[in-house]
Write a protein that binds this ligand. Sequence first.
Ligand code: FAD
Length: 376
Amino acid sequence: MTEDHRAFADSVARFFAEEFEPNREQWTEDGMIPRSFWEQAGELGVLGATIPEEYGGLGLSRHFDTVSYLEQTKAGDSGWGLSVHNIATHYILAFGTEDQKHRWLPKLATGEHIAAIAMTEPGTGSDLQAVKTTAIKDGNEYVINGSKTFITNGASADILVLVAKTDAKAKSKGVSLLIVETADLDGYSVGRKLKKMGMKRNDTAELAFDDVRVPQTALLGSEEGQGFYQLMKQLPWERLLLGYMALGASQCALKVTLEYVRERKAFGKRVMDFQNTRFKLAEAATKIELLSAFLDTCLDELEEGKLTPEKAAMAKWWGSQTQCEIVDECLQLHGGYGYMSEYLISELYADARVQKIYGGTNEIMKELIARSLDID
Ligand SMILES: Cc1cc2nc3c(=O)[nH]c(=O)nc-3n(C[C@H](O)[C@H](O)[C@H](O)COP(=O)(O)OP(=O)(O)OC[C@H]3O[C@@H](n4cnc5c(N)ncnc54)[C@H](O)[C@@H]3O)c2cc1C
């Protein structure tokens, strides 16, 4: 980390301590993070760190985004949908026309608009070519029909990066991305806010489209059928940042566990003093160092345009697997208290599990890696 990264990390850490921590319980109960928190994050530069200045951001490198994800997860939160919001902005930045960038990025940088990415459907998740939602051209509009599920920030989103088929008969070549503004949109509805085992502060939701009409300028970029290519181009970054979230959450788990085992006594000594505890903590600290070093190599490669999809897949599966192992061992060291909601480790445990599922399941990640090995 450079001095600038450290200064940014300090201000994000302070932001979480002052603005998030006092509200943790209330927002968990509410099942969502209020818009005011997004706007405060926008003011601090957390939402627009990597958006160029001409579109209202700070024009910094992706190292600054990773700093934010690390500080968020080190503060023991993964419910706030910051990463999804930022990924959505990167789609517009990478593939949007000038008009689209000027129209949406400034509001995404300030938090005036909250973004979501709507890929998954009730009938398909891993197999994105099989999406059934359609966006069919009619004059100078697209007519959208279909439904999405498990959408992070779904209930609060003002902007959706929507995966739909502009050619229902074609497979990957029929997939396009549309940027949908949700305000006052006839035929659009947000269904249930889904009840989940973890990430309870996120308004993960179902979305439905019933003859929704959007202007043809909603198509991301200027050519239909580019959606699959656009998704594939952005996925390495999405997968790498999930690795960073795994790292921050693992660091948080180790920290709260160290605090606990130094205080807790059994058989007349501190739990910290049992050899098993010391070995488990040493193993966790080692895995954290290894993960951190691997992710930083990947991030440098990403900035140089050299990160391969298979290496990003390694960061995602191994990061989330390592996170789950560390959090599980750390919960065990808390004994029965680790299972109680008032101890942060129980939340970290529940939140960790989904990391192996979203962003492409870990099985799909291994498939991708294996494919790259299976070449003569
Ligand atoms: C809390 C949460 C938040 C989410 N947020 C979003 C979001 O913001 N936007 C969004 O679009 N989606 C989101 N998702 C959806 C998520 O990305 C999908 O759940 C995920 O991609 C898996 O899809 P699926 O649930 O349909 O599982 P399926 O694809 O049905 O998979 C079921 C099982 O089969 C395995 N499998 C499938 N294909 C293969 C294969 N080829 N080889 C080996 N095994 C295979 C999978 O690994 C898995 O174990 C979220 C999910 C959750 C739980």
